[in-house]
Design a protein around this ligand. Sequence first.
Ligand SMILES: *Cc1c(COP(=O)(O)O)cnc(C)c1O
Length: 337
Amino acid sequence: MEKIDFENLGFGYHETPYRYVCEYKDGKWGEGKLTEDPNVVLNECACVFQYAQTCFEGMKAYKQVDGKAVIFRPELNAARMSDTCERLMMPPFDKEEFVRACKAVSKANIDYIPPYGTGGSLYLRPYMIGSDPVLGVKPATEYMFRIFGSPVGAYFKGGIVPTQLKISDYDRAAPNGTGHVKAGLNYAMSLYPVMQAHAEGFDENVYLDPQSRTYIEETGGSNIFFITKDGELVTPKSDSILPSITRRSILYVAEHYLDMKVTERKIALTELDDFAEAGLCGTAAVISPVGMISDHGRKIVYGDTVGPITKKLYDTLVGIQLGTIEAPEGWIVDVEK
Ligand SMILES: *Cc1c(COP(=O)(O)O)cnc(C)c1O
């Protein structure tokens, strides 16, 4: 095995020895297996290439304080991928086999899960593609489901330096629910606005609701939350944002571990000045403090360090993931059991 500098990993692709593959043909999923081949060879007219029939998931495997390798709530990713598949006319993958396959990939690549204390993890990327040739617009009839793992460190460079966001002039998703799928199509449409944001010195965009452009939705790859001046956790309610598992987890943690009030509701762009703290949440971002949001020159500043409640949420969530704080029943899955 090559030497990996687990202390200084960024968020990037790092090839690992084993991946999982399962194929769908003649109306059913076949037998899944681990393989060492990282390449996928497809016909030039495969539905994924022409009509972007593809979706994905993302979760992490960790080494806990006692050395045990675990995955955080993979059955929620399995369920969400089924929902995404339904919207994209793709055949849902068995949820129990999904979890078994995530465990198998983690276990086969166990030496690539960064050790406890490095802050790293093995990012697991399940994805599905329409694989047979389709020229007239219709769903594929053959599919491939795969999972690979890549050791990763922090998503946003600089660790807990608060991110700088801008209110986007673009819609990330159409109002009829495409924001609700975890799929490359949403990311492809975010590349232009995100490169523009970077060129202007921002880390990411905050997208508004596509109907009225007056309510806060989320950023390109993370949900957003706010802390009010009296310590309440508030997060946007919307049908066109991705239902983040990290967000669902921190809502639970805030309520049941930190005794906070939590509210999911529409959040108007005009309210941003009223909040004490802001943060992003997602598997890749974990919980990242937001330092500033720029709304066309109007700057809403939350500070240049992580806020006290955002910090508490981060410490509790990460403590649960790494086994230093007791987890709610069923949140932690041992990859070797
Ligand atoms: C994956 C993703 C998130 C975060 O979801 P988690 O389940 O917490 O990882 C948020 N927004 C978008 C658009 C995403 O694709």
